[in-house]
Design a binder for this molecule. Structure first.
Ligand SMILES: [Zn+2]
Length: 75
């Protein structure tokens, strides 16, 4: 890793990652089964904003159905 993140930032990103994991699924009705918000739900968007703030991307979970196109491979 080139850029070192302070512990506070890593804690925020870790919490955001857990938030995304909790809200990653989309039910058959197009809503998040966790908070019943329309996908992508607000908690997930808020967590994604944390990653964007630090220029990071959330880890993708393997074996979990993803609703969106895969990002282009590494820059
Ligand atoms: Zn949700």
């Amino acid at each position: 890793m080139a850029a070192y993140l302070p512990a506070e930032a890593r804690k925020l990103l870790d919490e955001a990652q857990q938030q995304i994991n909790r809200h990653a699924a989309v039910g058959p009705d197009g809503r998040c089964p966790t908070c019943r918000g329309e996908a992508p739900c607000q908690p997930r968007l808020a967590a994604s904003a944390v990653f964007a703030r630090y220029g990071r991307l959330p880890r993708r979970q393997t074996g979990l159905a993803s609703s969106g196109p895969a990002p282009p491979g590494g820059a």
